[in-house]
Design a protein around this ligand. Structure first.
Ligand code: ACO
Length: 334
């Protein structure tokens, strides 16, 4: 059986920095509340007309491709993770194929919220393991800012999220390095604890909502039962990291770098403390970018790599938890 490795990685965030102070001018919130509960100091929001989910994904993908040494014509498949596509359909995978000028390869869209990148990476890994493909482009990009309730009503959710994109090229590996295993989970019982309920074919569709034209309607905006999510996140993060380590006969002490989904600094710190990891073994950048949902892991992974914090031979653990609930991990020998 073949093995796959990350041969190139990149990220892109929009230039527009939105500080906690900026948010406090448009809603009843403050820097102290946000930092104390989430660790976030600032995030990036796109400027309408300048960036989209697709354009950010393209920028991140171009960096990843260049660093991978893989030529565009050798990319066999695209996996694109997002919950904020530019169109309701088709998803951004096909748009990426066009924008990058790739051959008419398959393009799969993954919608697994904050776990999206790890799910997408797992899909790529399986296609390479079976021998079907050699080089797969995995992209995660999110524009959260346009979908948030930026009034005091939505403050418990809207201060957390940011925009950005990350990408990796996953390539067949012949030197023993690469993705050792991935672990995916879901529990739909909690689907509505962190969700956007509208517009949906199962309930009201866009035309119904327009007809109602009700400004009080909150169903367009993300709802989150914050404390409930927090409690489940810390349990599932721990479980799925242990599952990944055990599947590869590894111990917590073997972790060289843990890249958790950047949900909330307090969640990452809780996991770090629980596993007794030191500051060099866990990478966080939510302070600068907020929670970028599917894009947070590839952005953090790329930044850690750019800063020289991931070296050849390192055991790297990716772990995600998000709406669904879904959770996932990937264990990589770099
Ligand atoms: N600014 C100021 N005050 C606020 C804000 C805000 N942005 N948001 C809420 N408040 C107020 C509330 O109205 C409430 O006021 P009250 O006591 O007068 O009713 C008070 O602050 C406390 O609100 P809680 O919702 O209880 O705040 P909590 O301490 O639970 O913190 C938070 C909220 C940060 C969301 C927390 O529950 C949490 O960390 N949850 C984990 C979920 C998470 O991190 N999700 C990330 C995205 S999901 C993912 O990526 C998996």
């Amino acid at each position: 059986m073949y093995q796959s490795k990350i041969s190139g990685l990149g990220f892109y965030v929009p230039d527009n920095v939105v500080t906690n102070e900026d948010l406090s001018k448009i809603m009843d919130t403050n820097d102290e509340w946000i930092q104390e509960r989430t660790g976030i100091q600032q995030r990036r929001h796109i400027v309408r007309g300048q960036d989209t989910t697709l354009s950010m994904g393209v920028k991140a993908a171009n960096i990843a491709i260049e660093r991978s040494g893989v030529v565009k014509d050798d990319i066999d498949f695209i996996v694109f993770a997002t919950i904020s596509p530019d169109y309701y359909f088709p998803g951004p995978g096909v748009e990426l194929q066009k924008e990058l000028g790739l051959k008419t390869v398959g393009a799969l869209d993954v919608r697994n919220q904050c776990s999206g990148f790890v799910y997408a990476l797992s899909v790529a890994d399986q296609f390479i393991k079976t021998g079907m493909y050699k080089n797969i482009l995995v992209v995660a990009s999110e524009v959260q800012s346009l979908g948030l309730d930026m009034t005091t009503r939505g403050r418990a959710v809207s201060v957390i999220f940011g925009d950005g994109a990350g990408a990796v090229v996953v390539t067949r590996s012949d030197d023993g390095s690469g993705i050792l295993s991935t672990h995916l989970h879901s529990e739909g019982e909690h689907a509505k604890e962190l969700a956007v309920l509208a517009p949906g074919m199962g309930g009201r569709w866009v035309t119904d909502i327009i007809a109602e034209n009700n400004p009080e309607d909150e169903s367009y905006f993300p709802y989150m039962n914050g404390q409930f999510v927090f409690k489940h996140a810390v349990v599932r993060f721990s479980e799925v990291i242990m599952e990944g380590l055990q599947a590869n006969n590894l111990q917590v002490s073997d972790i060289d770098m843990l890249i958790p989904h950047q949900a909330n600094l307090r969640i990452s710190q809780f996991i770090q403390k629980k596993f007794g990891l030191n500051d060099d073994q866990v990478f966080n950048n939510i302070q600068k970018y907020g929670n970028t949902t599917a894009a947070s892991i590839p952005i953090a992974l790329t930044e850690a790599w750019e800063e020289g914090k991931i070296k050849k031979g390192d055991t790297v653990v990716l772990a995600a938890f998000g709406s669904g609930f879904t959770w996932a991990s990937a264990i990589i020998k770099w």
